[in-house]
Structures are given as C-alpha cells and as structure tokens.
Design a binder for this molecule. Structure first.
Ligand code: DPP
Ligand code: ZN
Length: 875
C-alpha cells in the first residue's frame, strides 16, 4: 500500500462546477449516473491538457460519455482505484454510468443498506465507492441528486439540500430531485431511502428565517426523537449567541441508522446518525446517552460552519474542522450542563486514552505528515488533542479575542477549503498576537512533560518556580523543539487561601512557558506557599511536582480551582494505588492509606458540594488511567489494587455511603437536567460502593433494579448486581439479566447496553460467559455497535479478563480483527488499539500481545486500514 504525504499536496488538475447524480435504487443492483461539468484548473501550469483521473472502486463501469460522445474502453484506462480519460478541451462534460450493490456492502462506506433502508457514509473517501469522481475535499461542486425507487418500499427519499421536484415514472417507480445551493465536496454527500417516520419542528433564526427541522427514524422509534430535537434547537441558538453563526438552508434533517461506523456525520443539510447517538427516551436511555446525544447533535450541527461552509483542503487538515468542532461542542455542553464536570471528563479521557496514543507506535501530530489509510486518522489526537490546541488559543487570546478570530476566519474563508494555517493566521491577525512558536502543536507529536521545582526565600519574600519541558520522542520525530505552553497556576497560603498574584488581586495567573527551562519569580510572598499547577488543565501536558500525600489532601480540600481540587484527589489516589499495585505484584499484604478514606469522607460530608463534582471526586482513577501512568504495566496487579481500595472505602465509609444514597432518593419524574443528572450520578456512585458490602446491601440493589422508573437507575443497579462480588448476588444478577433481556430484546439500543454490562464484568468466570454471548441472537458481527458493545468493551474496559495470563483474551480480539478485516476494515482497525500498546506491558502480556499482532499480519489480503496499524505497531 502507498503512503500519502502532506508535502506532496497539489491542487487538482480540474475542478468540478456542477455534479448531477441519479440513483435508480434496486434490490439486485443500483444504477448510478453522473453528469459532471469539468474545467481546467488554470492556477496550475500545464503543458498539454493532462488526462482526467477520477477516483473509483467497487463498482461496475457501464458507460462513459465526454461531451455527449461515447468513450470506448480502448480510449480510457481503468484500474482498481481510478478511471483515466483523455481530455481535449479546457471545459467539458463527463457522464458516467456505473452499477453498485449496496446490499452487499458490509464496509458501511459509500452506499449501503441498514435494516432495509439505503443510506450513505462518504467521509473520508466513501464517495468513490458510489461513482467515479474527484473524491477530495478541495473539489467543490453544486450538487443536484435524483433518487428513483419503489414507493412501496422506499416512500421516503432524501438527499442534501432542498427538494425541488418529484414525480412518478411509467414503471411505477417514484423519483425526487434534491439540490444544494452551495458548493460542497463529495464527502458531505448523503442519500437515504426507506420506510421512515419523522418528527417535525421549526426553528426561527436570529434573522427571522423559519427553518424546518426533521428527524427520521424507523416507525418503532418515533417516540425516541424528542431529546435530539430539543438538543438541535439548543445548538442552533447557541451557535448564534456564541459564534454569530446562522443556519443557511431552509431545512435541516437528521436520520437515525442502526449500522454506522462512526457516531454521526455532518452531511450538508442531511446529517446521518448512529441510532445510539440520537434515539432516547427515559425508560431506555441512560443519562450518559442523553448527554452524548446532546453533544453529538451539537457537534454535527456546528460542523455546518466549522467543516461545511469552511472545509479542509486535504485530509491532513482534518483537525481544522474536528479539533475546532470538538472544542465548540465541549463549550456547548459546558454551557448546558456542569462546566467543571465537563472539563473533568474531557481531561480524564484525554489523559487516559489520547496520552496513551501519543506514547505509542501510532503517535502523530494533530496535523499528520503522512498516512496510508485516512480512516485511521480519525483519532483521539486529531479530535481531542486538536480541541485542546484550539482551547489553548482561546485561552491565549481570551474569549472576545477568540470570537474576533473566528469571525475573521469564517468571513475570510467562507466557501473555501483551507488548512490549519488559515485558522491560526485568522486568530493572529484578529488579535495581533504571534503564534509562531505555538504552531509547533500542529506539527510535533507527543505529550510534553513539565517538571516543576520551587524555592521559597523567606528573607527576600520571594518564591520561584522553575519549569522544565521535555517531549519524549515519537515515531519519526526524535528531536522536539520547545512548545509554547500556557500554564495556569495559583499559590495557596498555609491556611489554604489563594494568594493575590497581581495588583488586581487575581489568584490565578497564566505562565507562558516557551523555553526548555524557565524561572518565574513571585514577589511579596509572606510564607512558603503551595503551588496549584495547570489549573483547569490549561494545556495537554503531564506535570511532575513532588507533592506529598498530605499536600495533595490539603489541595483536595482547599484549592479554589474546581478542576484542580478534583485533580489533587486523583493524584492522591493514584499515588496510593500505585504503591498498592506494586505490593500486589509482589504478593505482599495490602493496607489502604487512611488519607484516601479521609478525603472521601470529607467529600461525602460536604453537602454544599455540587453533587456532580462530588460524584467525580468519589470515583477512583480507572484501571486505564493507572495503566497510562505506569512505567511498565501489570494490569492484573492494577486491578487487584483498585478492587482492594474500592472494598476498603466501601467498608470504612459504609454508613456515609448509605446516608447519602438515602438522602438522594426521589420520586421525581425523569428529566435529563444537569441538576437531576448530578443527583443520580452521586446516588449511583454510592450504590456502587454499597454493592461491595457483601450480602448486606443486596436487597438495596435488587430493590433499585426492580423499582427504578428510568434506565439510568435501572442500568446502574444492573451493573452493580452483575459486578457484586458476593456469592449470593450471582443468582440475583442472573435473574436481573434475564429479566432485562426479556423486557427489552426488541430494542436495539438497550440490547447494546445489555451486551456491554456483561462484557465489562470483571468477576471470575465472566470470560466464559462473554465467549458464549458471541452466539447470542442479540450479537451481530455486521453491526459495529454490537462489536463495540461486546468485543470493544471487553478489550478496552475489562482488563482483568482481556489480559488474563492464558492469552485467551488477546486471541479473542485478534480473531475478530481477522474476521472484520474482510467484513468491515474500519472497525477491524479500531479494534487493534489495545494490542498496539504491547510494548508497555510486562511479561507474559507483552510477548502474547505481540504474537497476536504477528498472527494478524500474516493474514492474506490485509486491508489498508489494518495493514497500516499492524505495521506501525510491530516496527
Ligand atoms: N462524522 C464525524 C464527525 O463528525 C466525521 N466528520 O466527527
Ligand atoms: Zn466532527
């Protein structure tokens, strides 16, 4: 397979001004006709007219016309990936007829069928599976699409834009034509045809235009669209208020699809969503799902400006739209819900998963230099770290400066396909700041490590912070230049009060760290202070400072920065758990440091604390996060240590858990408001500790499972039951699982949850049960959500079974990767992630994980997707 380099980017030889498509949808074969108006790209110098090289795969070419004349096979050149045509004029019309078989397309890229409905996924390079085209984001055309189908089976036929005409053919088939008044790249194309219901609403924009909003779904799910509709209207309003961005078409549609590789897709005017990211009602969806839906509806809607109106020049620029849009959706969620909690969740996720990616064999900058398969670059680095880089710019230029910068960016580049450079330049120009050094965040991979040393001099009343930065080598990048890192800090006096750091009395200050080593001096500091570092997680870096456990405990109860208060508690827990894990590895006896119990007790007794924050503070760092911290990972020791700590905390604070749990009982009707979600989350955190207390609290779990009136509480109880260590809990858990299945087997979203809760069970014996679920009718290898729920959850979140010493966990995962390599390469490649980390594990894990990668590499006909990741991992 060929590697594609950013440095080789060239503009296309031809532009497409207009694209007319027609789809005759059939059960056996679908006929696609295209009519493209092409024009020579005069920006480039050409000798003679170059041939037109169109991208295309997986289709049967039936006919080609240029300016109305048939082109014979002897005149064109056809390969597996391209169709080259001779060109004799600077402007010309190409008409191509091809046949495809959507019903056989299991890759879920291009046009395919899901539960009898036709749908598409074109980003990044799926359009070339539909017809021959210049399938690259810098080629933007006006699209007009006609869909022809049997009206009995496909009464609803949708594409991008506005429907402008419809009619019936002599053979009884119906047709409808859709048109987009804006130029757009092929990756934003969408088509849907099926027997669907819809929920309709209206939104009046800031300039008074009335927009029709529609959410389409299978008839049985029509009562699950309200939350997405509410979220959509909130998103539209928020983008007007915060960014001054108004919606531009007369209609905005969302379609829910069960088989989908990603979460959702921002196709112009016709978003297609994974049904798990749009459908919800109180008795089937958890608070997590409600919040995820709000965030993703926002994300895709925000793409209409940051992605569609201004798009990417090439796929190396993916973070231009994704990093920015994740930043936008994070701020939207923070405004709709609890801001500190959103920040805690995002930082936690980044530090657990993206830091691991940045430290592994597939590490890449947010703007990569090369790829083999672009689908492999829809990564946590491009998305999540990309969003952190945008956030740093936001923090450097301030809220108003950022708005000035984004206004300038949208104004300058509306209708264009641009690079990350244009984004940074707009921010610079609007604010007269110099981001030259800051740009290294776009080109250098790896997580910088900040080492902080301090010194206090009583005589001069001066306090010094010396900050060193170092970024470990990543593949292909051994020498890193220093980053521009904004580090927000505060200083606490011995009573725990924030010390004023300037005349205005601010207790937080941002230090602009730009050198390898830098010293900052603070004057008039009366007593030795304690630093609070990287407040609000102001940069995506690791910080090293030798805090004692007592100091962490102090910060956890006094820091005025909510994020850092949580962070101090986490660091205290990490320090304690690391020590326990080391002891566990050496089979020594374990005792829990009382300071962790004290910290938890303080949180449980603090009734003033936001329950959402409290729930976060009472959650132990995940096994994944602890693994990421470790020099060499011993997953079984980490698991044992964490289980031990959980157990000890449950026992030592049993009365407090019960008291808070009981205080939070309520019979309010379910509402997904921030306040209610916070209370349920704290209540169910208490329940999870109570579930550790042997048989004593079993009745409580059972009662919550049986009487819960919403899925959040029911699922929390089910999860606690499934993981409760007591022998007596096992039959109860079994009954609950059977009851749950009985009740919800027809509901796809709930069945995903049902698989996931079992895939996550860490109790002895669970692995055999997980193996048996592969044969269950609720599982389906062709549905990515089911793969993610069972196999993905198992490999990512069930360390004790995935890393079992027999190697059977790795084998199971590799078997799926091999099967999916044929069925759905994108999903196969995603599943590789846990195995790519093999070098960080101790033996026997390391050798066993590597052996599975080698086994995968030996398979005949590896997809580009799998090949690229396996090759990089074994280097
Ligand atoms: N659908 C994916 C997203 O919105 C890719 N654009 O991030
Ligand atoms: Zn996106």
């Amino acid at each position: 397979p060929k590697t594609i380099y950013l440095k080789d980017y060239q503009e296309p030889d031809y532009w497409i001004d207009n694209t007319e498509l027609s789809f005759d949808l059939g059960e056996e074969v679908t006929v696609v006709q295209s009519k493209l108006s092409l024009r020579l790209n005069e920006n480039k110098t050409h000798g003679s007219l170059p041939p037109l090289v169109l991208d295309g795969t997986d289709q049967v070419l039936k006919q080609v016309l240029v300016d109305g004349k048939t082109i014979e096979p002897s005149q064109y050149e056809l390969t597996d990936e391209t169709l080259s045509l001779p060109v004799t004029q600077k402007a010309f019309i190409v008409e191509v007829t091809t046949e495809i078989k959507p019903q056989e397309n299991t890759s879920l890229e291009g046009l395919y069928k899901s539960n009898g409905m036709f749908c598409t996924q074109c980003e990044a390079e799926g359009f070339r599976k539909i017809t021959y085209y210049l399938d690259r984001p810098d080629v933007m055309a006006k699209f007009k699409t006609t869909i022809i189908a049997d009206p009995q089976q496909y009464p609803v036929m949708l594409s991008n834009g506005n429907d402008i005409a419809k009619g019936e053919r002599k053979d009884g088939k119906q047709w409808v034509t859709w048109e987009v008044p804006f130029k757009k790249p092929s990756y934003l194309f969408a088509l849907v045809a099926g027997d669907l219901s819809n929920v309709t609403d209206k939104y009046t924009t800031c300039s008074g235009r009335e927009i029709t909003l529609k959410i389409f779904t299978e008839h049985k799910n029509i009562d699950k669209c309200d939350h997405a509709m509410t979220s959509l209207k909130k998103s539209m309003k928020w983008d007007e208020d915060v960014y001054g961005r108004e919606y531009d078409l007369d209609i905005f549609m969302i379609v829910a699809v069960d088989h989908f590789n990603m979460g959702a897709m921002e196709n112009k005017g016709l978003n297609i969503f994974n049904s798990s990211c749009v459908l919800a009602k109180p008795d089937t969806a958890t608070d997590n799902a409600y919040q995820r839906i709000e965030a993703i509806v926002g994300h895709e809607y925000f793409h209409n400006w940051s992605g569609n109106r201004v798009t990417c020049r090439d796929w190396f620029q993916l973070s231009l739209k994704e990093g920015f849009t994740v930043f936008r959706d994070a701020e939207f969620s923070a405004d709709m819900n609890s801001r500190p909690v959103k920040r805690i969740e995002d930082a936690n996720f980044l530090r657990t998963a993206q830091f691991a990616e940045d430290a592994g064999p597939t590490a890449h900058p947010i703007r990569p230099d090369s790829y083999i398969e672009i689908s492999n670059f829809y990564t946590l680095t491009v998305y999540e770290k990309g969003a952190e880089v945008v956030r740093m710019i936001h923090n450097i230029v301030g809220k108003e400066g950022f708005r000035k910068g984004s206004d300038l960016y949208f104004e300058r580049h509306d209708g264009q396909a641009v690079t990350t450079e244009e984004f940074v330049k707009a921010m610079e120009d609007a604010n007269q700041v110099d981001l030259t050094q800051f740009r290294r965040w776009y080109s250098q991979a790896g997580t910088p490590v900040i080492t902080v040393m301090d010194q206090y001099d009583e005589d001069s009343q001066q306090y010094q912070l010396t900050i060193k930065q170092h970024c470990p080598a990543t593949p292909g990048q051994t020498d890193k230049k220093p980053f521009h890192i904004p580090i927000a800090i505060g200083l606490l006096d011995p009573k725990g009060n924030g010390i004023a750091l300037n005349d205005a009395g601010d207790t937080t200050q941002v230090l602009d760290v730009t050198e390898q080593q830098q010293t900052f001096i603070f004057k008039n500091i009366a007593q030795q202070p304690l630093p609070s570092l990287l407040r609000g997680f102001s940069a995506p870096v690791k910080v090293k400072y030798p805090y004692s456990r007592d100091q962490l405990l102090f910060l956890a109860s006094h820091d005025s920065d909510g994020f850092n208060r949580w962070e101090a508690g986490q660091q205290l827990a990490v320090d304690i758990l690391e020590e326990l894990a080391e002891k566990a590895r050496q089979s020594q006896s374990l005792t829990l440091d009382d300071r962790l119990i004290q910290a938890y007790r303080a949180v449980l007794q603090d009734e003033q604390l936001d329950p959402a924050v409290a729930a976060k503070m009472l959650a132990l760092p995940s096994e994944g996060y602890l693994a990421e911290q470790a020099e060499t990972i011993y997953p079984l020791a980490i698991h044992q240590a964490r289980e031990f700590a959980k157990q000890q905390l449950a026992e030592a604070l049993s009365e407090a858990w019960l008291a808070v749990y009981q205080r939070l009982q309520s019979d309010k009707a379910y509402q997904p408001t921030a306040a209610d979600i916070a209370e349920r989350s704290l209540k169910n955190t208490c329940l999870s500790y109570l579930s550790q207390l042997g048989e004593k609290q079993l009745a409580l779990l059972e009662k919550q499972y049986q009487t819960a009136t919403n899925m959040t509480d029911k699922y929390a109880a089910l999860s606690c039951l499934v993981n409760a260590p007591a022998e007596l809990a096992k039959p109860v858990a079994k009954t609950a699982l059977a009851d749950f299945y009985q009740r919800w087997q027809e509901d796809v979203q709930v069945m995903e949850q049902w698989l996931a809760v079992q895939a996550n069970c860490s109790l002895p014996g669970a692995f055999e049960h997980i193996l048996s679920l592969q044969e269950h009718e609720a599982f389906d290898i062709k549905n990515p959500n089911k793969i993610r729920s069972l196999i993905g959850q198992f490999a990512m979140n069930n360390a004790v079974h995935f890393h079992q010493e027999t190697g059977a966990g790795y084998q199971l995962l590799a078997d799926y990767i091999i099967k999916l390599n044929i069925v759905n390469p994108q999903i196969a490649s995603r599943l590789l992630t846990p195995l790519t980390r093999w070098k960080r594990y101790g033996e026997p894990h390391q050798a066993q994980m590597k052996a599975e990668l080698v086994r995968i590499r030996k398979q005949p006909e590896l997809s580009k997707d799998v090949y690229e990741i396996v090759e990089k991992s074994l280097k």
